[in-house]
Design a protein around this ligand. Structure first.
Ligand SMILES: CC(C)(COP(=O)(O)OP(=O)(O)OC[C@H]1O[C@@H](n2cnc3c(N)ncnc32)[C@H](O)[C@@H]1OP(=O)(O)O)[C@@H](O)C(=O)NCCC(=O)NCCS
Length: 201
């Protein structure tokens, strides 16, 4: 098994990444926007200079993916600027399936601005491991890689948000990986969230 930082992904490998997202984030909003949207988003993480992907590969298959950004606010602006037409297309599809999704989509893109902070930090945007390889420490290896890349001279901490309710396994996973609960909050949709931070001691 190989842990790679920002690899060039073949079409099949990008499909694997999207499949992992669809399989692990079932019922989540970005999943609802569909495969085409997710392809553009993950390609965006690779293309944006302050964001990236850590990918776990087993032979030729991608079995895990971690998306991060050193500046989530500029990442979203970059996505809109460089991929406006595909995003508009996929969003239209989602809006037809569920009109209320449009409000949610606009909120999702505006949110990073709302949570702007004084200090610079790295956001662990998402992490997923294929269901067949869960529990084999692939998630931990990807987090270890992100910690190894973390530049404490430039950034204060690694930050992440995850559901507080019905999500015991993921919360246990972050605590096991030395993340500390920094706050709990509720989203505009009424989701209870936990925010965790890790910093090099
Ligand atoms: C969360 C996730 C990334 C963990 O990856 P993983 O490779 O399965 O996790 P690891 O094997 O590295 O687990 C490391 C430790 O975390 C803890 N842990 C992991 N999953 C756990 C679970 N479901 N319940 C309790 N503890 C868990 C364990 O202590 C484990 O160590 P151990 O096996 O030595 O006891 C993976 O389960 C996943 O893709 N989940 C679905 C997507 C998701 O919820 N992502 C996070 C939201 S952004």
């Amino acid at each position: 098994m190989e842990i790679m930082e920002n690899p060039v992904l073949s079409k099949k490998e990008l499909d694997d990444v999207v499949k992992i997202h669809m399989d692990t984030f079932t019922g989540f909003f970005l999943t609802f926007l569909g495969k085409g949207f997710l392809r553009q988003m993950y390609k965006g993480f690779l293309a944006h200079e302050n964001s990236g992907l850590i990918v776990a590969k087993n032979k030729n298959a991608v079995v895990g993916v971690l998306a991060y950004s050193e500046d989530l606010s500029t990442f979203y602006k970059y996505l809109i600027k460089t991929r406006l037409i595909p995003f508009a297309w996929y969003s239209l599809g989602a809006a037809i399936r569920k009109p209320s999704a449009m409000v949610r989509l606009i909120r999702a893109f505006l949110k990073p601005g709302e949570t702007k902070r004084e200090e610079k930090y790295v956001e662990l945007s998402s992490i997923g491991v294929s269901p067949e390889t869960k529990g084999q420490h692939i998630g931990t290896k990807m987090i270890d890689k992100l910690k190894e890349m973390f530049d404490a001279d430039k950034f204060a901490y690694i930050n992440l948000e995850t559901d507080a309710v019905n999500n015991e396994g993921t919360n246990a996973f972050y605590i096991k990986n030395d993340f500390m609960l920094s706050r709990t909050f509720e989203t505009l949709e009424g989701r209870k969230m936990n925010e965790y931070r890790w910093t090099r001691r």
